[in-house]
Design a protein around this ligand. Structure first.
Ligand code: ADP
Length: 145
């Protein structure tokens, strides 16, 4: 059983995130979406809301489960006996940031980071862009699964 975790803030979870999770499920038997949170940094949506809305997309038996976590991603991966961390890459800026995270995680664990390149038509979508639209009264529904 190959398990991967897909960690992120997912504040909110977009169609870009969903595409990565669904594609990861074609490679791994089980994907655990991990909503990383920091108690001192309240988000745009609450962690409970994120767990509820993302879980609703994945019925029991789909292979995807959703859970919130705080602390290090490698500890969350170990807790689920997952050997892999999935991350999405949209542009060079993502790569620079992700490379540091992946290097740090390999320095402290045996967990491999697997990158999936964003689909061209979804690569411009980000949670921050969706938050900006909603904060300014726009309907961001087309970016949300
Ligand atoms: P974080 O705060 O950890 O960067 P995000 O919720 O912003 O969390 O993103 C989680 C993961 O999803 C990251 O690997 C990010 O690069 C990826 N991602 C975000 N938006 C997209 C998208 N539109 N297409 C593909 N991957 C994406």
């Amino acid at each position: 059983m190959r398990t991967a975790i897909f960690p992120g803030s997912f504040d909110p979870f977009t169609i870009g995130h969903k595409d990565i999770a669904d594609r990861a499920l074609r490679i791994f038997d089980r994907v655990v979406i991990g909503i990383g949170y920091n108690e001192r940094k309240p988000g745009f949506t609450t962690v409970e809301e994120r767990v509820r809305t993302i879980s609703a997309l994945y019925p029991v038996g789909s292979g995807v489960t959703v859970e919130a976590y705080s602390g290090l991603t490698v500890d969350f991966a170990r807790k689920h006996d997952a050997g892999f961390i999935i991350r999405g890459l949209r542009e060079v800026k993502d790569f620079e940031y992700e490379r540091n995270l992946a290097d740090t995680n390999s320095a402290i664990s045996d967990i491999e980071t697997v990158f999936l390149v964003a689909r061209p038509e979804l690569g411009y979508i980000s949670s921050s862009m969706v938050r900006e639209l909603i904060n300014n009264g726009y309907d961001a529904g087309k970016f949300l699964p």
